[in-house]
Design a protein around this ligand. Structure first.
Ligand code: CDP
Length: 208
C-alpha cells in the first residue's frame, strides 16, 4: 500500500504522514529532506544556487542526517525551494524516492509531487493544505521551539513566496492530483488533523 501526502509548506503534511506511517505500520520518507540535504551540501560547499549545474553536483554523495538542525535553517530552506525547481535535481533524486515507494509492503511518502509524479499509482493520495496565515503561525512557533526565533510577518512573506515558486515552476509544480483527497487543516490541531487523515485513508481503502 502506498500513501502519498502532498501539500504546501507547514500545512501539517509531515505530522500527518508520520502518524499515518505509524498507524498503518509502514515506513515513511520525508522527501523534502532530500531537497534540503542538497541545499545544505551546496551551501556548505559555497556553491551557487543560481546554477543548475552546481546544484546537480550537490546531489552527489548525499548523506542525510535528519537530526542536523541546519537542514531546517532559514538559508537552507530558501535554497531548497529554489534548487527544487531544477529538472536535473528532481531527476537525480527521483530513483531513490521511487525505490522507497515501490518497496514490498508499501510506504508513506510526503512532499510536493508524490501523488502526481513519484507515485501516481498510490492507493491513497492526500493533499494537505491550510491558509497561509495559519501555516505562518505554525512555522513561527516551530522555529521558536527550535531556538530559531522568527517574526510572523517575515515567515508569512516567505511562505507566500515559496507557495508561488512551488506552484509556478515548470518541473513537477505543487498541485493536488486529480484523484487526491483534500484535507484543509486550517481549523484543526495536529491531533484532529491526524484523526481526519486516518479516517479519509480508511474510507478510501474501504471503497477500493
Ligand atoms: O514543509 P516545508 O515546505 O517547509 O519543507 P519541505 O517539505 O521539507 O520541502 C523543502 C523544499 O523542497 C520545498 O520548498 C519544496 O520546494 C521542495 N520539495 C519539492 O520540490 N518536492 C518535494 N517532493 C519535496 C520538497
Amino acid at each position: 500500500m502506498i500513501i502519498a501526502v502532498d501539500g504546501p509548506a507547514a500545512s501539517g503534511k509531515g505530522t500527518i504522514a508520520r502518524a499515518l506511517a505509524e498507524h498503518f505500520g509502514l515506513p515513511h520518507m520525508d522527501t523534502g529532506l532530500l531537497y534540503r540535504a542538497v541545499a545544505l551540501n551546496l551551501w556548505r560547499w559555497g556553491g551557487d544556487p543560481a546554477s543548475e549545474f552546481e546544484a546537480l553536483r550537490a546531489c552527489d554523495m548525499l548523506n542525510i542526517d535528519p537530526d542536523d538542525e541546519e537542514l531546517r535553517s532559514e538559508p537552507v530552506s530558501r535554497i531548497a525551494s529554489s534548487i527544487s525547481a531544477y529538472p536535473a535535481v528532481r531527476t537525480a533524486l527521483r530513483e531513490r524516492q521511487e525505490e522507497f515507494a515501490g518497496q514490498a509492503g508499501g510506504a508513506v511518502l510526503d512532499g510536493r509531487d508524490i501523488g502526481t509524479v513519484i507515485a501516481p499509482e498510490a492507493d491513497v493520495k492526500l493533499f494537505v493544505t491550510a491558509s497561509p496565515e495559519v501555516r505562518a503561525e505554525r512555522r513561527t512557533r516551530e522555529l521558536e521551539q527550535r531556538g530559531m526565533p522568527a517574526h510572523f510577518d517575515d515567515v508569512l512573506a516567505d511562505i507566500r513566496a515559496r507557495d508561488e515558486r512551488d506552484s509556478e515552476r515548470e518541473a513537477a509544480p505543487l498541485r493536488a492530483a486529480s484523484d487526491a483527497l483534500v484535507l484543509d487543516t486550517s481549523q484543526l490541531d495536529a491531533k484532529a488533523a491526524v484523526a481526519e487523515a486516518v479516517r479519509l485513508v480508511e474510507e478510501r481503502l474501504g471503497d477500493a
